[in-house]
Design a binder for this molecule. Structure first.
Ligand code: GLN
Length: 202
């Protein structure tokens, strides 16, 4: 199964390595020609403001939009989640998103002081917990009714309040995480997104 990893910016190489380890054939996508023959898509972590610009200038916006709208499975992590969401809070004024997931995200929403953190999270459908690495991650502040929440994190903000927030969300062919499984070599969300023998999910 060939999986296109959008490779304009961010940690696309880590996604490609994880995909390869799980038996997929990753294909770096830098232009629309790279999309031929692809069965699934990854939008990597990185910087969503830059990614939005580069996806546009590479002529990838409408081809990607078309494929995902037709039902091609897609996995987005961190900046990739931002790219898939309906509404971005704290984005650049000209920042666009694909609007494939009915979620509202707040960029860098976990606060300035604690920019990065890690947590062990149970994820619906997976047996063992995931080691979740959050790096200037977006907070999902609202999710529509049709959006399934597969994992949540209890996070204590600097003002002392603790909130339970969705961090893995799915609707139909679109799966997204606020953290980076690709950085710890965990391929299980990729397997969940693109389908593979169930034993790979354990
Ligand atoms: N803060 C980044 C953004 O807004 C996302 C961070 C990440 O992908 N690790 O695009």
């Amino acid at each position: 199964m060939a999986i296109g990893v959008v490779a304009v910016q961010g940690d696309f190489a880590e996604h490609a390595a994880v995909l390869e380890g799980a038996g997929f054939s990753p294909k770096l996508v830098r232009g629309y020609r790279d999309l031929f023959g692809v069965d699934g898509l990854v939008l990597p972590g990185g910087e969503s403001t830059t990614q939005a610009k580069l996806i546009d200038s590479a002529g990838l916006r409408s081809p990607l939009e078309g494929l995902i709208r037709e039902g091609m499975p897609v996995l987005g992590t961190c900046a990739g989640l931002i790219m898939l969401s309906r509404t971005i809070i704290g984005g650049r004024p000209d920042q666009w998103s694909f609007d494939f997931l009915d979620v509202e995200v707040l960029r860098n929403g976990f606060g300035r002081q604690v920019r990065s953190f890690e947590a062990e999270l149970p994820v619906a459908g997976l047996l063992g917990a995931m080691h979740a690495v959050f790096i200037r991650a977006p907070v999902i502040v609202a999710a529509g009714e049709g959006v399934d929440v597969l994992a949540e994190v209890a996070y204590k903000f600097v003002d002392g309040t603790t909130r339970v927030l969705p961090v893995v969300v799915q609707r139909n062919n679109v799966l997204a995480a606020a953290f980076h499984p690709e950085l710890v070599g965990d391929s299980r969300l990729h397997v969940l997104a693109f389908g593979a023998p169930a034993e790979k999910l354990i």
